[in-house]
Write a protein that binds this ligand. Sequence first.
Ligand SMILES: [Zn+2]
Length: 317
Amino acid sequence: MRDSAWITRMLAISLVVLGVIVFFIGSKDVSSSDKLGNSDSSSEQSAWSPAKVQYQSDLKPPAAQAPNKPVNNQAPQASLAPVPTTPAAATPPQTAQTAPKKTPASKKVPKRTFTTTYRFKSYTPKYVVAWADPSNYGDRFATDVYGTPINNPPIIVLHETTNSAQSAVNTFRSNNSQDENRQVSYHTLIARNGLVVYLVPPDKRAFGAGNSVFDGLNGPETVQTNPTLKPSVNNFAYHVSLETPPDAWDKNVSSHSGYTDEQYNSLAWLVAQSDVPDERITTHRAVDRSGQRIDPVSFDFDKFYSILHSFREIAIN
Ligand SMILES: [Zn+2]
């Protein structure tokens, strides 16, 4: 069940998010192809990252969440206003925050924290914020349909687009409230040129996977939040998609020419800002239980981990 403090907090956050959305729709339509391909925002350090994943059941104060994260210590750009949408940052500390709930899932594997490296700081991808239409994502739930508290640690799920990044952004920005089957989204998309496109705030539940289960060190993890739908990993997932190379656009192929170096670098840059451990980084293909999803195809995990490990290291406490 949601406690009243959370509801108050979510109301405040919703207003901030609405304000940000209105601001972007009104003044900066980043979904235009011009902006998508030629972002001029590289000088602004983004505070959006998997590190900002927040759950309704996550009661930890922000300081305990991402210590020793240089990127988070930098002053965020007011025009992007990312910080106020982070629940814990938007409200004063509460008594409940000192007594976080624990579930068996979070006890089995000790939590590690990471710190970013000098090489991380030397790589700064361009990024844009192109909010998905609110019909294409939802809240992260504190309990499942049976009322059982949920406290799965976050996972990162990798995808690829079916066509161009622009095509995907257009889909996510469309109002699909009348058609449940078209309600899809990722949190973040990485274009061929390495541009990072932020689509859904990390504290929200993106609709990136349908029928799905994460098989990790804690055993099978999945959450049913809708009695009419199969359980899914969406409630604890941060979905990142790579733009597919043109040779595979709209083709149902099992391999293609692969992703660019810029895409690997930007993906590692994004993930390096989180405390999500390697073993909780997975693919749509691995979590899918519909038998229909095989993305991302031709993804080089060795290459990705090599860059990731040069961008972050385990913090020594
Ligand atoms: Zn996918």
